[in-house]
Design a protein around this ligand. Structure first.
Ligand SMILES: [Zn+2]
Length: 73
C-alpha cells in the first residue's frame, strides 16, 4: 500500500522501512512517535489520545514541513 506515492522526492528521513511516524493530533500535545502497530488507530504514548493513523501521519508530515520552513527563515 505504501508504494510509489511514498518514494516521490521525499527526504531520506521519511523513508522508514517499518512502522511509520505519527504526530499526535491533540494540539496541546503534538508528540511524534514511530508506530509499529499496523492498525488504523494508534494511542499517543504521552497523552493517550487515540489518533487515527492516517491523520497522525498527515499531521507529522505537515508539521515537519512547517519546521523546515521555519528553519529556512
Ligand atoms: Zn498526545
Amino acid at each position: 500500500m505504501l508504494g510509489a506515492q511514498e518514494s516521490r522526492g521525499e527526504p531520506d528521513w521519511v523513508k522508514v522501512p517499518k512502522g511509520e511516524w505519527l504526530e499526535c493530533t491533540y494540539e496541546r500535545c503534538g508528540h511524534q512517535w514511530q508506530y509499529f502497530g499496523g492498525r488504523s488507530w494508534a494511542e499517543c504514548p504521552v497523552c493517550h489520545t487515540t489518533v487515527k493513523v492516517s491523520a497522525g501521519r498527515r499531521s507529522y508530515r505537515s508539521s515537519s514541513q512547517r519546521e523546515s520552513f521555519r528553519h529556512l527563515q
